[in-house]
Structures are given as C-alpha cells and as structure tokens.
Design a binder for this molecule. Sequence first.
Ligand code: FES
Length: 107
Amino acid sequence: MAQDLSWIDVMDSDDLWIGEMVAVESALGPLLMINIDGTVCAYENRCPHMGGRLSDGEFANGVIVCPNHRWEFCAHSGRGINPTGQQLNPHRVRIVGGRILVASGDS
Ligand code: FES
C-alpha cells in the first residue's frame, strides 16, 4: 500500500543559489540541500560509508564528494560514482511560493 506523503518546509529558495550545497536541520533530521543548475535535490546529510557529514564536503560539476574518505556521488541521483553500488537517501522536493518543501514518508 502506498504511503501518504507530507511536505515539510525546510528553507527559502532564495537561500540556495545555483551551484550551492547547504546543510539544513529539519523535522526529518539533517538534510543536504543542493541546487544543480536550478534543480533542487535533497538527501539525508549522511554518507552511506561511515556517516560523514556530506555538507562539509565538496560539490562541483554535479558531483558530491564526502569530506571523510572522498567517496563521490551523483548530485542528481545520489548514486555512487566512486565507489559504485552506493546510494544516498533522497527526498522528493517541491518549491511553492518561494519555499523549498521536502517530502516525508518517501524514503
Ligand atoms: S564517511 Fe564518507 S567516504 Fe567515508
């Protein structure tokens, strides 16, 4: 049975510029918010390797690099690039009235 989604207001869209990656504390826990060429993505702010805080890493050319051991992830999909076979925990995103909303119940 499909689970109902609810939407959590996490930040103002003006506070996440193109090319930026920021940490947000939310009702869903720590989130990594990324603006990739105008597309906003949200992930749990936790590396699947040993729990590194991804927002302390790097984001360039669509790639997130964990600060701890340099694992790399596609910012669009959250899939591992190096190593492969890994996946960040994503959340669906909506922008309504200049606010970024993140779905609860989809991960
Ligand atoms: S904790 Fe992220 S690569 Fe090790």
